[in-house]
Design a protein around this ligand. Sequence first.
Ligand SMILES: Cc1cc2nc3c(=O)[nH]c(=O)nc-3n(C[C@H](O)[C@H](O)[C@H](O)COP(=O)(O)O)c2cc1C
Length: 369
Amino acid sequence: MRTPLCDVFGIEYPIFAFTHCRDVVAAVSKAGGLGVLGAVGFSPEQLEIELDWIDAHVDGKPYGVDTVMPQKKVDVHGATPDDMLAQIRSMIDANHWRYVDELMERFELPPLPEGEGAHGVLGWTDDVAHRHVEIALAHPIKLIANALGSPPEDVIDQAHAHGVKVAALAGKAQHAARHVANGVDVVVAQGYEAGGHTGEIATMVLVPEVVDAVAPAPVLAAGGIGSGRQIAASLALGAQGVWLGSLWLTTAESNSGPAVLQAYLEATSADTVRSRCYTGKPARMLRNEWTEAWADNAGPGPLGMPLQNILTSEANARIARSGRKDLAFAPVGQIVGRMNQVRSVRDVMYDLVEEYIETVERLEAGVEA
Ligand SMILES: Cc1cc2nc3c(=O)[nH]c(=O)nc-3n(C[C@H](O)[C@H](O)[C@H](O)COP(=O)(O)O)c2cc1C
């Protein structure tokens, strides 16, 4: 499974693992892949703690960090998270506040206990994302990735000055070409099937389009990959490696909560939906009563990023607290249909590699026959 990217990053297998969980980062990197920690959910202070932990547990193996810097900026700057939240809250109209109250009542979600606040995610504001980058670059990372478009020029320059490669996700060949023109080193071609924010072109169609659009820049295939056969297919399409996000959510090392974990284990590949109900941008997650309520034409529909997440932050906290699987935010891709068992990262990595080898041998035997 070796490709030139293995030498670039000093890894054994070109398997890149996106995860919000530090234990998964360390486990993947120690198993020969490259763990990439998603920073978006962390305050800058917490990100520092997570990265210190990884440094202490990754045995010197390479790892990366993923930030979310949206192209369209909402101008929120503040000395404290509370300032920023207050600014965002003031941009939300009464109709949307009313609808969320109505939904909390309809689904009988008990109020949060006294003193337990709901903050929402601030990691995708420009201010916080830049602080994430600063912190990440002060650690021995090998890769910095950006979810929503090319990182700004100053971030690319800073990363390169630290000897850190820059990756960016792309759901269209034109976006991929723009990333490379902007100085991005590795393109993650992420197809429609993927968990989290995702576009409309399927991985099978997207990957060769992106490979051709950015050659000779390296491409990682993403979206719907969860087996060695799919890794072999990705390399056949011209990718130099794979970038997996969903598959780690049901590993023993993952911090998925019990209700969400159970929902993942039971779901089929037909049970996901692209919805704007959590972040304001289309993201793939398990379909449930909550996603349906935001798709309902009788409601006001979701707001944009970052307003939607702040609007629903209290409801999301109440849902998380209630442990209700029928409402819980469960971001995941269509590969969830194959995620039916909790297994260690090491076992998952072993199976990916084994099945890849068997597949390549089967293809070679077929060609000779
Ligand atoms: C739970 C979850 C959260 C995600 N959050 C982010 C994110 O914050 N930043 C990012 O670049 N990609 C994010 N993604 C997308 C992954 O980086 C990756 O491209 C995607 O999971 C690949 O498709 P797969 O889910 O079929 O493996 C997320 C994916 C999942 C499943």
